[in-house]
Design a protein around this ligand. Structure first.
Ligand SMILES: *[C@@H]1O[C@H](CO)[C@@H](O)[C@H](O)[C@H]1NC(C)=O
Ligand SMILES: *[C@@H]1O[C@H](CO)[C@@H](O)[C@H](O)[C@H]1NC(C)=O
Length: 413
């Protein structure tokens, strides 16, 4: 989720922390099948990882893979190769699902099979792949760095643009021999747009669906959101340092306490005050969500997202002064991501909500404006008046309103 989706989740989990049971890190439990090259017949029903906890229980086959990025991060990804009624041996088109910030791939499979996008796509004949961003529970490996070290957390969404997405695209492309459809939510839209604007992914991308798109954040309106954004650019790094931002940890709880002590900040209904009024969440699903999310990200990533709020332009991480930027980029200001460079013939489906406090209607307008020269027949835009940020992933009516439209869009490509 965007800058604040996660923070809402962070805050939520903070206020519900009594209900939360720290789960041991199970990332390593799923590392039994590096690159899927273990040889022999694959086990469609693994006992560990996201497949075991959330997919095979619904009667789907599922497989865990690991992908190593160029900068050494070992990412867990899952594949649901076919629907409940089997595959019929047909060649299927792969679809990659990319979640937002401070959550992980489990958010795509939290509702019932008839309501969750990952299952609906599998049952509709697609080969479904689920990504998990570095630092979240299934993606905490690294070839040399330990997640307990600061060095492991020295990255922002720039690295997701440059390393995570390209590595995952390469892997799936080589496994399937086919170009990918992509579905991103919130930060999952930002990193795809930025990556494609740099010419990455393009040769392996068939089409992209962007839900609650986040590229510009300058119109985000909630008091809490703006305050958090200011804090992230300011005191957060002295409070927490450039290390892990663990929403379930004590330093983050302290930080949130400080934020919520500000006059005018409503910390009572946190989800709503951050994401907007979600119309269609199921309370059992919300319970499941709170037991499993939020997930860690890097403090540097949140600072970078906050810079996006403050600056209103899309650029690489700003080290805060000319000299440091010179050192990292060879120029005094961080390089920008120019979305006008997105190839005009990539099929895009954009869906956004009228109640979304993070992906504000005016900011989506800015994004659409930067796509105004896109080939007319390659851009589909859907506006859903009643939807807020979380409805796109967890809403019980998302299938009728959004997912069926995505499937129709994919089938046209
Ligand atoms: C909410 O989730 C529960 C548990 O999965 C399910 O039994 C129920 O049917 C769901 N309600 C709606 C309206 O989808
Ligand atoms: C972005 O790219 C477009 C087209 O290549 C160019 O006209 C525009 O000036 C660029 N914008 C910035 C801010 O560099």
């Amino acid at each position: 989720m965007a800058l604040c989706g996660f923070l809402s989740l962070a805050l939520l989990s903070f206020s519900f922390s009594i209900l939360l049971v720290e789960q041991p890190n199970r990332a390593y439990g799923s590392r039994h099948d590096t690159f899927g090259l273990a040889g022999g017949a694959w086990d469609p029903y693994p006992r560990f990882g996201l497949c075991a906890s959330s997919v095979i229980v619904h009667g789907y086959k599922c497989r865990e893979f690991e992908v190593t990025t160029e900068d050494g991060y070992v990412l867990g990804i899952q594949r649901i190769p076919e629907g409940r009624s089997g595959g019929g041996g047909r060649t299927k088109q792969p679809v990659l699902l990319q979640h937002g910030v401070l959550v992980d791939g489990m958010t795509w499979v939290m509702n019932s099979p008839d309501q969750s996008l990952a299952f609906i796509l599998a049952d509709s004949g697609f080969d479904v792949w689920i990504a998990n961003t570095r630092g979240t529970r299934y993606s905490r490996g690294h070839t040399t760095l330990d997640p307990a070290s600061q060095a492991y957390w020295f990255w922002s969404w720039d690295e997701l643009v440059s390393y995570d997405l390209p590595a995952i695209f390469d892997f799936i492309y080589h496994q399937t021999g086919q170009k990918l459809h992509y579905v991103g939510h919130s930060m999952g839209t930002l990193i795809a747009l930025a990556s494609v604007s740099q010419g990455k992914l393009v040769d392996k991308l068939r089409s992209a669906a962007l839900l609650s798109p986040v590229a510009y954040l300058s119109h985000m309106t909630t008091a809490l959101g703006l305050l958090a954004a200011r804090a992230f650019v300011g005191e957060i790094t002295t409070l927490i340092g450039f290390s892990e931002f663990n929403p379930k940890g004590q330093p983050v709880a302290n930080f949130l306490n400080v934020l919520c002590a500000n006059p005018g900040v409503d910390c009572y209904d946190l989800l709503t005050s951050f994401t907007g009024q979600n119309c269609c969440l199921n309370s059992s699903t919300l319970d499941l969500f709170l037991k499993n999310e939020p997930q860690s990200t890097s403090t540097k990533n949140l600072v970078h997202l906050s810079q996006t709020v403050r600056d209103g332009i899309l650029s690489k991480y700003d080290y805060g002064n000319r000299d440091l930027n010179m050192e990292y980029y060879g120029q005094g200001r961080p390089p920008i991501y120019n979305l006008s460079n997105i190839p005009r013939n990539i099929p895009l489906f954009v869906s956004y909500g009228g109640q979304d406090a993070l992906s504000d209607v005016r900011d989506v307008g800015l994004l659409l404006d930067s796509l105004k020269f896109h080939d007319g027949d390659k851009l589909t835009v859907q506006f859903i008046r009643d939807f807020a940020h979380a409805d796109f992933i967890l809403g019980v009516s998302a299938r009728e309103i959004v997912y069926n439209a995505i499937i129709a869009f994919f089938r046209r490509q």
